[in-house]
Design a protein around this ligand. Structure first.
Ligand code: PEP
Ligand code: MN
Length: 449
């Protein structure tokens, strides 16, 4: 039940409603917005409050049909912003990328990964210390030493850290070392653990159980919220369906569905959601497009050697390329704006040595030459277009394919065939635009004449 107070209600009115609720053996959660206060009422026997609508200052009493209340938009119409370290998540804040290994495997690999993801613009570091694996024979995580390593990585990079807690008895230990406690998919129904993290002073990242409906997931969040922790972040990580082509089916429609039901921030995890490295990038972009507040991405220095989830972990260059792509699509802010201020004062950066300056000068000159060559090439394609007339416009697929094949095959440099194809593909697209513009303006000119 949600009790909406009138904008004129006094603090005493609110206290009286709360007392009334508590006297009837139910719990009241007061949430004060700028204009009004709403009170979420939780408990089994709401019938006892039949007369609550007649108390002073009460404007409206809404009987919520959903079984969750504190997680609902009715209880908290404004979206919640959860602060992780100093990173805000939710309420339309910038998209946050959480990056790091599935498991912490050693101090070195964690620090290398932390430095890399931080440099690329991730704002939070992830790393599993206790791994709930399907097989008891698989790597189970380094345990407590991994938490110390995470704390050290935070110290060095300034990135807050997130790690999965699997046992209610460990919540205090996690509270000492991490900034966010993750409840994993396999534990979403572990109500003892949910209540225990509800006692934590840190935010909780609640992953969706792979067999859980959205309502069951929100009920799990309700356990944490009603235990006193209001900083809950939901994480869609894929559900089990009949499809076997991917490890899980990443339910991206859950994001807009949740938006209509809850005020809590939402994270998308394309790594566990797909289980395949080549699908992580596209689904990360899709997650951002449907409005996720954050993305959780597994990154490993050498994925084939990873002790867990190597097949879905991005290598360092792959993670960097994905971050670039997200910046290019303006899903992420520019690098400098997105980078957190490191906690440690770094030694001043040495000015680039003379040879670097020289190399850069040569690159600049070459870029100038390339730019004018590209323009010259476009001018030639314009001439071709003029020569064949507006009816003849349209590209020659065979010629273009041959050009792309030649470009891909032209060796002698560090660019891969794929990268050469992308570059020449852009040139061709630009040429076609030039030709189309010309054809269209000739046609229009004729019509006008
Ligand atoms: C993880 O984040 O490494 C993990 C085990 O995730 P999930 O609980 O979603 O399987
Ligand atoms: Mn994992």
């Amino acid at each position: 039940m949600i009790v909406v107070m009138s904008p004129m209600a006094t603090r005493e009115d609110v206290t009286a409603v709360r007392r009334h609720v508590e006297e009837h053996g139910l719990q009241a959660f007061v949430s004060s917005g700028q204009e009004r206060t709403v009170i979420g009422v939780v408990g089994l026997d709401l019938e006892r409050l039949a007369n609550i609508g007649s108390l002073e200052g009460v404007d409206q009493v809404i009987r919520v049909t959903n079984p969750y209340k504190l997680a609902s938009v009715e209880h908290h119409p404004e979206r919640t912003r959860v602060i992780v370290g100093e990173v805000p998540i939710g309420l339309g804040d910038d998209l946050v990328v959480v990056g790091g290994p599935c498991s912490v495997e050693s101090r070195e690999m964690l620090l290398d990964t932390a430095r890399w993801v931080s440099h690329e613009g991730a704002r939070i570091l992830r790393g599993g210390a206790y791994k709930p694996r399907t097989s008891p024979y698989s790597f189970q995580g380094l345990g407590e030493p991994a938490l110390h390593m995470l704390a050290e990585a935070r110290e060095e990079t300034g990135l807050p850290v997130i790690s999965e807690v699997t046992d209610a008895a460990d919540v205090e230990l996690f509270d000492r070392y991490v900034d966010v406690l993750q409840v994993g998919s396999r534990n979403m129904h572990n109500f003892v653990l949910l209540r225990a993290v509800g006692q934590s002073r840190h935010p909780v990242l609640l992953k969706r159980g792979f067999g859980a409906t959205i309502e069951e997931w929100l009920m799990a969040a309700e356990y944490i919220l009603s235990s006193g922790n209001s900083s809950v972040i939901l994480c869609e990580r894929g559900i089990r369906t009949f499809e076997t082509a991917t490890r899980n089916t990443l339910d991206l429609s859950a994001v807009p569905v949740l938006r209509g039901k809850t005020h809590l921030p939402i994270v998308v995890d394309p790594s566990h959601g797909t289980g395949q490295r080549d699908l992580v990038g596209p689904m990360a972009l899709a997650g951002a497009a449907v409005g996720a507040d954050a993305l959780l991405i597994e990154v490993h220095p050498d994925p084939p050697k990873a002790l867990s989830d190597g097949e879905q972990s991005l290598s360092f260059p792959e993670f960097g390329a994905l971050m670039d792509e997200m910046r290019r699509m303006q899903l992420l802010r520019d690098r400098d704006a997105a980078r957190p201020a490191p906690h440690v004062v770094e030694p001043p950066v040495e000015p680039p040595a003379a040879p670097i300056a020289e190399l850069r000068n040569r690159i600049d000159e070459m870029d100038d030459q390339l730019a004018s060559l590209i323009q010259e090439r476009a001018a030639l394609s314009l001439e071709v277009q003029r020569a064949r007339g507006p009816e003849g416009h349209g590209h020659d697929v065979r010629r273009e394919r041959e050009l792309l094949e030649r470009a891909a095959a032209s060796g002698g440099g560090p660019l891969t065939p794929e990268e050469m194809t992308v570059i020449f593909g852009s040139l061709l697209r630009a040429s076609r635009s030039v030709q189309r513009r010309e054809a269209a303006s000739t046609l229009l000119g004729r019509r006008g004449a």
